[in-house]
Design a binder for this molecule. Structure first.
Ligand code: AMP
Ligand code: ZN
Ligand code: FE
Ligand code: FE
Length: 287
């Protein structure tokens, strides 16, 4: 089984990279990509453990692009995550995240729901963690302003709510250009959640390589729709659980939402450089 979308404690996942790899192996996965939000801090440890467990490992990043003020999540898969232009892009993304945490904390103070934004940023720095609204939601629960993280989103942090700071950042085309320059590919994450179908054709012309047709939040009809669209536009197909931890719905657990191996074989046949160590041999014996 193949899972190309997972998170660790390097962003908002609950398992440390080593722990995620062990859980993935126990769940029966044989190919794993780690795709934390705007960071590769979890990749080295995850890769080292994947080698020990005999898992094929792919380095990934879930990068937030911005189009007309809306967040568009892209999955970048890269052969060498240390490439300077990738790290420059991600450092900028994380600086924007930190600034957004400060501005969100200011808004929450003015709304009479103060949290310590600096403490969130200091902890993130110390733990080399990429921060975002989930960390703010956790702080709001800890401060007693809300009873659950979801309530923090519903009342304050979700798009259109009073403490949601508009985001600025690079477009899909700009991110695709950086990732291509570094030898990687870009897939549109969970398109049925993002709901920007009218733009996908334009993004395909602007460098998008794939659609994440298989995702834990996709219904079977969503998957079918994006498989058809990928085929129509000549895009590859990716898929994964978007695993953050065991707390969520069963289909977002490891081993429940996966990419069919023939789809992965096709992707790797075209993009062999994503596996620099050539560790993957398909069931047909192809490298
Ligand atoms: P950020 O990186 O700050 O944009 O936060 C994005 C993360 O927050 C997503 O990956 C989700 O895990 C979570 N999130 C975003 N919107 C919501 C929402 N409306 N309800 C619950 N969680 C959300
Ligand atoms: Zn996340
Ligand atoms: Fe996402
Ligand atoms: Fe994700």
């Amino acid at each position: 089984m193949i899972d190309l979308h997972t998170h660790t404690t390097a962003s908002d996942g609950h398992r440390a990279p080593e722990d995620l790899v062990r859980a993935a192996w126990l769940a029966g996965l044989r190919v794993l990509a780690v795709t934390d939000h705007d960071t590769t801090a979890g990749i080295a440890a995850a890769r080292a453990h994947a080698v020990r467990f005999g898992l094929t490992f792919i380095a990934g990043i879930e990068i937030t692009a911005v189009e007309d003020g809306r967040d568009i999540h892209l999955l970048a898969y890269v052969g060498d995550e240390t490439h300077a232009s990738i790290q420059t892009l991600l450092a900028r993304q994380r600086a924007a995240r930190a600034e957004r945490v400060r501005q969100t904390a200011d808004r929450l103070s003015r709304l009479g729901r103060p949290i310590d934004g600096d403490a969130i940023l200091e902890a993130a720095e110390r733990l080399r963690r990429s921060v975002g609204r989930p960390a703010i939601a956790a702080a709001m629960v800890a401060a007693g302003h809300v009873s659950r993280p979801q309530e923090a989103f519903d009342l304050y942090l979700a798009e259109g709510r009073p403490a949601c700071v508009p985001r600025t950042g690079p477009s899909v085309a700009e991110i695709a250009a950086v990732i291509h320059d570094a030898g990687g590919i870009v897939s549109l994450a969970h398109p049925a959640v993002t709901r920007a179908d009218a733009r996908i054709r334009r993004w395909a012309d602007a460098g998008l390589d794939a659609l994440e047709a298989f995702h834990s939040d996709h219904r079977p009809e969503d998957t079918a729709r994006y498989l058809a669209l990928a085929s129509e536009l000549g895009l590859e197909v990716t898929g994964g659980s978007d695993y953050h931890g065991d707390g969520r719905a069963e289909r977002s657990r490891l081993g429940f939402t996966t990419l069919p191996s023939e789809r992965f074989d096709r992707l790797i046949a075209r993009e062999a450089r994503l596996l620099p160590d050539a560790s993957y041999v398909s069931r047909r014996g192809r490298k």
